[in-house]
Ligand binder design. Structure first.
Ligand code: ZN
Length: 315
């Protein structure tokens, strides 16, 4: 019999991180520089741990290896997705990620990294870097060499509720004052092209990866505009943000009580607002802001009750 699999996240300190994961999401973390909550992760650099039920104490990678039936017997060596919450208290480095082919060849068989962002909250004037203005590779290299960052980088204003699809090869960065939920391929490969010439407390700059960035950047930039579609059903509003090769991502805004059928290999669910309960044949479970869980294959009918907002994804 199948129950929801509740997970405890792993947290990552970052020089650009802040305190919102503690103050907004109530996670018990001490560092004032917490940048990333790896909420649903089987990546070896930070695995989430099952925190109740028959698999309590196992990490997600073990579950994937030992109980593939929970994931609809999906094929693949590694759990394919990684869900994070990112608190960009400061600007992140300007970066780009490789595709599967490049990462496999140059990064020890890692997956590539296509990602997407749901803006949970942000400052009034918040922006992100999304894409660049170079028309040719020569131009791209020249602008990097001359440090013409203002001309090269495309800035985009953001507001809460916005969604951005960021395929591998897209130059991007979160800027300060943005809190997002990220759904991405399970990969930790980032090529930094520019880090604002920042230094750490020891006076050291972070490593850049200019040549690899040039290798993998899509030139000219291709805006991957996604058009969310919104469906009203009794008791809820379902927004479909993206249905692409690596993942589909939705927002479920539950106002009352809604019945669903779990017919995917698995669903990844993150509660971003409110509280309620998930009712399954195997029992009822409280969910609240900051709860992350997987609904396994074969869960069947379930209900979500309450006033609660979730981001839901599947491969
Ligand atoms: Zn990224």
């Amino acid at each position: 019999m199948k129950k929801p699999i509740f997970l405890t996240p792993q947290f990552q300190e970052r020089i650009w991180g802040g305190t919102k994961l503690r103050t907004e999401f109530r996670y018990p973390i001490e560092s004032d520089l917490t940048g990333e909550c790896w909420a649903v992760s089987a990546h070896p650099n930070g695995q989430s741990i099952v925190n109740q039920g028959p698999y309590e104490g196992k990490n997600l990678g073990e579950l994937w290896n030992e109980h593939r039936e929970l994931f609809g017997d999906m094929e693949g060596e590694v759990f394919p997705l990684l869900t994070k919450i990112l608190d960009a208290n400061n600007d992140l480095s300007i970066q780009v990620h490789p595709n599967d082919e490049y990462a496999n060849k140059h990064e020890n068989g890692e997956l590539g990294k296509t990602e997407c962002w749901y803006v949970i909250d942000c400052q009034d004037d918040a922006e992100i870097i999304y894409g660049h203005t170079a028309q040719t590779k020569e131009q791209f290299i020249e602008m990097i060499e001359n440090g013409e960052w203002n001309q090269l980088l495309r800035r985009v204003k953001v507001k809460p509720g916005d969604f951005f699809y960021v395929p591998s090869g897209t130059i991007h960065a979160l800027c300060s004052g943005v809190l997002i939920l990220e759904t991405q391929q399970s990969s930790d490969t980032t090529y930094r092209v520019y880090d604002y010439d920042r230094v750490d407390q020891n006076g050291n700059k972070r490593e850049l990866h200019i040549q690899k960035s040039i290798d993998v950047t899509t030139i000219p930039h291709q805006a991957a505009t996604v058009k969310p579609s919104i469906e009203k059903i009794p008791g809820a509003t379902i927004t479909t943000f993206v249905k692409e090769k690596y993942f589909s991502v939705y927002k479920w805004e539950i106002e009352d009580s809604v019945a669903f059928h779990q017919d995917r290999p698995f669903l990844i669910c993150s509660v971003l607002n409110g509280s309620g309960a998930i009712e399954t044949k195997e029992g009822n479970f409280v969910i609240e802001k900051g709860t992350h869980f997987i609904l396994p294959a074969g869960l069947g009918e379930f209900k979500i009750r309450g006033n609660v907002e979730l981001i839901v994804s599947h491969p």
